[in-house]
Design a protein around this ligand. Structure first.
Ligand code: SF4
Length: 526
């Protein structure tokens, strides 16, 4: 049963009526029907005109009239307005408007989660990101690449608990040929035809191009050559890993050996052109400035505009055919986790007396076009400004307001903890992400949260919504309103606590990270 519905499949942000009429004239159609944001022409082929909302650059970013129009999808924030909100708006005001935008898109009743499993197929990686505690060199004693059978076993465990999707990402391992991936994908689809494979982030694809040397005269051609083969073998969609922060000065400092923003965004565009949906991510709270975060969101929005404009959006035509185009389905942001990482060893800003009264180096360097001068502050890249719960909520709320053309905003409880994840549902997030069976990347950097389905449902219900399990395209599969709901079946909540995460060792028994379990407090009254 498909209950949920992504309205962006069939409509987009409202344009002024005269602009729509102009578009229709361009499409050479004598008359039209308008349904909300969608302009439908009465004759075949049905034309769908994508028009992003208009900007009102002259308005004060904290003007309630502006924010109300943004919440309704009628007006688009400019970069300057978004930066001003991120910098100066009150936390509760940001939450209020992000929540209003979220409710416009997703209604008041349901908030979703997915049951999937993160599988990190290898930790061997040619890149040396300074924020990464997961990567290994080929000859490290704990370097691993999972055998196919180990991968299949993990997927079987996922299917057993009602899971629908795997998130498969690795390091960038030069030892693995293209055939390894193709055979793996065939093997997965043969055994688990209904499992959705959400795999291989843009940095992996860029390295595939380097490793496999595919034919083609442009990066786009080469990416398409590789991607078509993996898609034919069973790849369904791409995760947004490796987004970090797009701006050049920051990326050059933290993403050593990793693709630049242009290559990342091009990879996603190729995926969209092949009809695949993807997500976009942002990792903040390290050396970047506030303008870098906004610049990152603006780039996602800009490339999403391009995908929606040029590729269509899977909108069904009256003759039954569909536009082939994919797009970004979701945006997820989280604060940098510092444990065991080179970046985490940097000194925090504010340790010297009076330092907090001075401009933060990242803010001095950052700009809304992403091309600030790294020499404009001598401490840039040498000092950290970590993000806590408030900064996380502020950033997520602004992302909901800026990304008017992206359907879903995911709460990041994996890094922020279950209860901040719960609060995030009132700061623009509509989705709680995945039940976490295992996670190896952020857990290597010190994060320990791991939740099962009843706890995730309980968190959503306690936040004031009905939990619903979704699939990978955000259609709801099961609505948990009745007494059979996973959380309403639980009698003893004391057994439900965040479990320890484990790190892949490549052997039968995984190495357990010996951190203390985190006691959940949900349901303590039961
Ligand atoms: S973050 Fe990913 S790409 Fe970067 S070093 Fe770690 S595994 Fe490699």
């Amino acid at each position: 049963m498909v209950i949920g519905h992504d309205p962006m499949r069939t409509h987009q942000a409202r344009a002024p009526r005269n602009t729509q009429i102009f578009q229709i004239i361009l499409k050479i159609r004598p008359w039209r029907l308008e349904f909300g944001f969608l302009t439908v022409l009465p004759f075949r082929p049905m034309a769908v005109v994508y028009m992003p909302p208009v900007e009102r650059p002259g308005l004060d970013p904290q003007d309630p009239g502006l924010l109300r129009a943004v919440a309704q999808g009628e007006v688009r924030l400019t970069g300057e307005q978004a930066l001003s909100l991120l910098d100066a708006a009150r936390l509760h005001e940001l939450g209020r408007w992000a929540d209003a935008r979220c409710r416009t898109l997703h209604g008041d009743e349901f908030r979703t989660y997915v049951i999937d499993r993160n599988i990190n197929y290898t930790n061997v990686c040619t890149a040396k990101c300074t924020f990464c505690a997961f990567r290994r060199d080929l000859d490290d004693h704990d370097a691993y690449t999972l055998e196919y059978e180990q991968l299949y076993e993990k997927i079987a465990e996922l299917v057993e608990i009602g899971g629908t999707q795997i998130l498969m990402q690795g390091g960038m391992n030069p030892e693995l040929p293209l055939e390894w991936y193709i055979d793996l994908l065939h093997g997965i689809k043969e055994r688990f035809p209904s499992v959705h494979v959400h795999g291989f982030s843009p940095p992996e694809f860029i390295e595939f191009v380097h490793f496999f040397d595919p034919p083609g005269s442009t990066l786009e051609d080469k990416l398409r050559w590789v991607m078509v083969r993996l898609k034919d073998a069973g790849l369904d969609s791409l995760p947004g890993g490796g987004g970090e922060i797009f701006s050049n000065p920051v990326r050059r400092k933290i993403g050593l050996g990793k693709c630049d923003a242009e290559a990342w965004l091009t990879t996603m565009f190729v995926a969209h052109s092949l009809g695949m949906f993807t997500s976009a991510t942002m990792m903040f709270g390290h050396i970047e400035g506030l303008a870098d975060r906004v610049h990152h969101m603006l780039l996602v929005r800009e490339w999403q505009d391009r995908a929606l404009r040029e590729l269509g959006e899977g909108v069904e035509s009256v003759d039954g055919s569909t536009h082939a185009g994919g797009c970004y389905k979701a945006f997820i942001s989280w604060p940098f986790q510092r444990e065991n990482t080179p970046l985490g060893r940097l000194r925090e800003w504010g340790q010297r007396e009076g330092e907090l009264d001075e401009p933060y180096p990242g803010d001095v360097v950052s700009s809304l076009n992403g091309d600030g001068d790294p020499k404009s502050h001598p401490e840039f890249g040498r000092r950290l400004r970590m993000a806590g719960a408030v900064e996380y909520l502020r950033t997520q709320a602004v992302s909901r307001l800026v990304l008017d053309n992206v359907y879903s905003i995911g709460a990041s409880w994996v890094t922020m903890g279950p209860h901040i994840g719960q609060v995030a549902l009132s700061f623009g997030a509509n989705d709680m992400g995945s039940v976490m069976m295992e996670e190896n990347v952020v857990s290597a950097a010190g994060t320990t949260y791991c939740l099962n389905e009843p706890v995730l449902c309980r968190l959503i219900r306690d936040a004031g919504f009905t939990p619903a399990q979704r699939d990978n395209v955000y259609d709801m599969l099961r609505v948990h309103a009745g007494p059979e709901s996973p959380d309403l079946q639980v009698r003893d909540w004391s057994e439900h606590r965040a479990r320890q995460l484990h790190v892949e060792s490549g052997s039968e028994s995984s190495e357990i990270v010996t951190t203390s379990p985190v006691q959940l407090t949900v349901g303590a009254e039961d």
